[in-house]
Design a protein around this ligand. Structure first.
Ligand code: FE2
Ligand code: FE2
Length: 356
């Protein structure tokens, strides 16, 4: 995935609604604009998606489009300035199945774009070793199913959770955490990406320090489900392309309580995995949430979970912040004395600085 500097390149003929499209997507995605006239027909764009905003019914425009479309191997989406059958037939000829007609519904556009980018990221997993690929593919299906079942008021697919976690454990035995993070970092389902960063971090680290069997499985399950309560947080807060306001933070913080409600309903879930989800925002000095636990009230599993969670957030990029390097993240975490367990952090630090 390295080398991708923009999520989307918007190629426009200069007469359409490119400016409106840019403002609809800005902040949610990294954008670059190119003029159809200046496009290098033989140049790869280095983006996941090329979004064409041009009048395909014009012969002159279509001739240029043909060359550019052929040369780009990214996902492609067309936005037609008006609906006419000539344009639709032409873009289908070019092999582009996905199109929208201006004026577009902004939410629908964002959803389509996100799906196209994710499709491309998910396709890139085919190049990984079969074990990691199976782990990523099954955790994606599992994670999305968990979220939608909770939203529908149904119980979690625990068999699927256990089998996905088993696959993640297997991938930790053969792969590197860096490889796991790389495979996920461009994925635009933020909740999935974050949960998998956390789940991978905890599983690869625990595996490396000799934790195995049911103990490791418990940590992996706790990592995968740790933010399940976020499925109850409104999307405009969960996926907000900017910093949250104080009142939005109040809503976001409720995810720990929601996780408790969801997970306590499940039969057969280890209480330690539930504690990892409910308490990973507690701090050793008692200033965390939701219960204000402190010191010995916070178990080692939860302490490890808190480290994986903070680390995963720091090394992740959001529209309002760059990703931190692993060295910078660990250095910063060393300053969180009243928050994190410094003994576990020391072990985590030596693992992280030793591993790829
Ligand atoms: Fe959380
Ligand atoms: Fe989290």
């Amino acid at each position: 995935m390295h080398g991708i500097r923009s999520d989307i390149v918007i190629v426009s003929d200069g007469r359409g609604n490119a400016a409106d499209i840019v403002s609809a997507l800005n902040g949610f995605f990294r954008l670059r604009e190119e003029s159809l006239n200046d496009c290098r027909a033989n140049g790869e764009s280095g983006a996941h998606l090329t979004l064409f905003c041009a009048n395909a019914s014009s012969d002159e425009t279509f001739a240029k489009l043909k060359n550019v479309v052929k040369a780009r191997d990214s996902e492609k989406l067309f936005i037609l300035p008006t609906h006419n059958s000539k344009s639709v037939a032409r873009i289908k000829d070019l092999g582009i199945a996905d199109y929208m007609v201006w004026p577009v519904d902004v939410e629908e556009l964002r959803a389509k774009v996100k799906k196209a980018i994710n499709r491309r990221v998910e396709r890139s997993w085919a190049a990984l070793d079969p074990t990691s690929r199976a782990a990523l593919e099954s955790s994606l299906v599992c994670f999305e199913d968990c979220f939608s079942r909770v939203q529908a008021g149904e119980s979690l697919p625990m068999e699927m959770v256990q089998s996905s976690c088993q696959r993640i454990r297997e991938s930790a035995q053969i792969g590197t955490l860096g490889g796991w993070i790389d495979a996920l970092e461009e994925h635009h389902n933020y909740s999935f990406r974050h949960s998998m960063f956390v789940c991978g971090t905890i599983t690869y680290f625990a595996n490396a320090i000799g934790i195995s069997g049911s103990d490791l499985q418990l940590l992996t399950v706790g990592g995968l489900l740790h933010d399940i309560g976020k499925s109850q947080v409104p999307l405009e807060i969960l996926d907000k392309p900017g910093k949250l306001e104080p009142h939005e933070w109040d809503v976001m913080r409720k995810h720990a309580e929601y996780s408790r409600e969801v997970l306590l309903r499940e039969q057969g879930l280890d209480p330690s995995a539930v504690a990892m989800a409910v308490h990973h925002h507690e701090k050793l000095d008692g200033s965390g949430y939701p219960d204000g636990l402190s010191g010995a009230q916070i178990s080692d599993h939860v302490r490890l979970m808190a480290i994986a969670d903070v680390y995963s957030a720091l090394i992740d990029k959001r529209s309002y912040k760059e990703a931190m390097s692993k060295e910078a993240a660990i250095d910063l975490m060393g300053k969180f004395r009243g928050h994190l367990d410094m003994d576990i952090l020391r072990a985590f630090r030596s693992y992280m600085l030793d591993t790829k």
